[in-house]
Design a binder for this molecule. Structure first.
Ligand SMILES: [Zn+2]
Ligand SMILES: [Zn+2]
Length: 187
């Protein structure tokens, strides 16, 4: 005695005529097959996307990774300083906000990704006044204290980041930015 089943496409009861039958009719079987192939197709596309992304990552140079870490830390700094004025001139209004280094990234690679060395800055100070450094120093002493400023100005071990270090740093700064955003939303 074969018990009636429920068709997985149209959900109507039917009496199966062969084992493992899951649909009631040829029409529902067609729909079922289409659904399955769409699912497979989607899965296939996701695998291809992932492979393309991985291939692209493998082609990235150390310099590419440095750029990506820099934009991740800069984004974190802009979020951290969202409710602060320009570190140098103190303006609250800017056509554009930048993340400006105190000790330059080129001259002091060890401090390139140091959040204490990077602060929200108006584009006038950052781009047109070369960082407005005398005022930057005064603002930095006020915000972080003279000890931190002297530490930044002092000697640092040369930075030797491998690509894996840089990947880890990017992940870390993205995580810090996400956490800040979550805290703000919760507040
Ligand atoms: Zn059916
Ligand atoms: Zn400024």
């Amino acid at each position: 005695m074969i018990r009636p089943k429920k068709c997985r496409i149209c959900h109507q009861p039917y009496t199966p005529i062969r084992p493992l039958q899951t649909v009631c009719s040829y029409g529902c079987a067609l729909i079922d097959a289409q659904k399955e192939s769409a699912k497979l197709w989607k899965h296939q596309r996701a695998l291809e996307r992932k492979a393309r992304k991985e291939a692209k990552e493998r082609l990235k140079t150390r310099r590419d990774w440095i750029k990506e870490v820099q934009s991740a830390v800069n984004r974190f700094v802009r979020l951290r300083d969202a409710d602060k004025p320009c570190i140098s001139c103190g303006t609250w209004k800017a056509a554009q906000w930048d993340a400006g280094h105190y000790m330059s990234a080129g001259g002091h690679p060890a401090l390139r990704f140091e959040p204490l060395n990077i602060h929200k800055q108006c584009s006038v100070c950052n781009a047109h006044k070369s960082g407005n450094l005398v005022m930057y120093r005064a603002g930095l002493i006020e915000r972080e204290g003279i000890k931190t400023v002297e530490w930044l100005e002092g000697p640092h071990d040369p930075a030797k980041w491998t690509i894996d270090d840089l990947k880890a740093k990017k992940t870390e700064f993205s995580r810090m930015a996400r956490e800040l955003l979550r805290e703000r939303e919760a507040a």
